[in-house]
Design a protein around this ligand. Structure first.
Ligand SMILES: [Cu+2]
Length: 371
């Protein structure tokens, strides 16, 4: 913590000295210094907010407030700076040129700093994915490939921009060359863009193919979504889910199962409670919605899909880590959307079987309703 604090203060000092040295003679120097200090303070606030999290909400809010102050201060300084430059029109050409040279150096440095800060924040950010708990490590790999490709392009563009500001800054005695067509450059840019885009899309195609190719031995679990909760249906002893129809839905039959289908009578129905899953067994989730679009998402499983009224969508995964995870609705589905979450518990097979026998079946639910 102390080392981080000292490092942070050193960065602030280096920023101030850097801008003061480069910007000597320029009117905007103090704005650049103040702006970079405000920016660094805002970034510090962001780290504080992320580091404290839900354990200390006050610190979290204070960090976010600091971040907001940093951003607003920068907007204000920018406005002040532009106002001042506008008022500068009457000064002599010679002085204007000297000021211009200092300013373009500062702007080039600021652009590089923004790039370096962005890349640095990516690597040092306390916000990162939750540790994975399923077989979908490929999903993480594809995102990392995307980060690398877009990251390299981002750095290249930032450096190119800084270089252009530094090299081609405006001078009254210099005219820009107009060159609307450049076949060679266009071929290069088109080719490189195509390679980059293909590099980002290709891994996704392979992963998607696996994502929708369900292994033979996967057990089916139905997730039923409605405003604003999830319910679950597991096959009973026969290992098969009974048929259902949204038209059958009544208070006694909230899943809309067909009473005449014997395969549905032993189905296990879970409402308003957590879903349990055995570890290391592939699961095929069948997704059903009875009102609007929803989406069943467990971040640790790296898998989600929209639930569409009138059709059954599906995906599969294998839980690889025991624990209790949050399942969230990931499709804005109305005013109660934020509260549409439930726990998923992954445990070893013994505990899972013990839990399973405690759960009500459709037959039992019907018998209770008949009483
Ligand atoms: Cu929803």
């Amino acid at each position: 913590m102390t080392v981080a604090l000292i490092g942070y203060i050193l960065i602030l000092l280096a920023l101030c000295i850097g801008f003061c040295t480069i910007g000597r003679g320029s009117r905007g120097t103090r704005y650049a210094v103040l702006g970079s200090v405000a920016g660094a303070i805002g970034l510090g606030g962001l780290f504080v907010a992320a580091g404290s999290g839900p354990q200390s909400p006050r610190l979290h809010d204070a960090g976010l407030a600091l971040f907001a102050v940093g951003v607003l201060a920068n907007f204000y300084l920018l406005k002040r700076y532009f106002d001042e430059v506008e008022g500068d029109r009457h000064v002599s050409a010679l002085r204007r040129r000297a000021a211009g040279r200092a300013t373009k150096n500062m702007v080039a440095l600021a652009i590089i700093l923004v790039g370096a800060g962005t890349v640095g924040f990516h690597f040092l950010s306390p916000w990162w994915w939750t540790p994975i708990a399923s077989n979908w490590g490929y999903v993480d790999d594809t995102i990392i490939v995307t980060f690398w490709i877009t990251g390299v392009v981002f750095v290249a563009i930032v450096l190119f921009m800084a270089y252009c500001v530094f090299r081609y800054w405006h001078r009254d005695d210099r005219r820009a060359a107009y060159e609307p067509e450049n076949k060679k450059l266009e071929w290069w840019l088109t080719g490189l863009t195509a390679v980059g885009v293909a590099g980002m899309l290709t891994p996704g195609l392979f992963v998607w193919n696996q994502f929708v190719t369900v292994p033979e031995d996967a057990t089916e679990v139905e997730v039923l979504a409605r405003q604003w909760e999830f319910a679950f249906r597991l096959p009973g002893k026969d290992g098969v889910l009974g048929t259902s129809d949204a038209r059958n839905i009544t208070p006694e039959n909230p899943f809309g199962l067909n009473r005449s289908d014997p395969r549905g009578h032993d189905d296990v129905l879970i409402e308003g409670a957590e879903l349990h899953l055995p570890i290391n067994k592939p699961v095929k989730v069948l997704l059903r919605s009875i009102d609007v679009l929803h989406n069943f998402y467990v971040p640790e499983f790296r898998a989600k899909m929209d639930m569409v009224p009138g059709m059954i969508t599906y995906y599969w995964f294998t839980p690889t880590r025991t624990g209790t995870f949050d399942a969230l609705c990931f499709e804005l589905c109305g005013i109660g959307h934020y509260a549409m979450r439930v726990k998923v518990v992954v445990e070893d097979d013994g505990k899972y079987q013990a839990w399973l026998t405690q759960q009500p079946t459709f037959a039992r639910m019907l018998a209770q309703a008949a009483e």
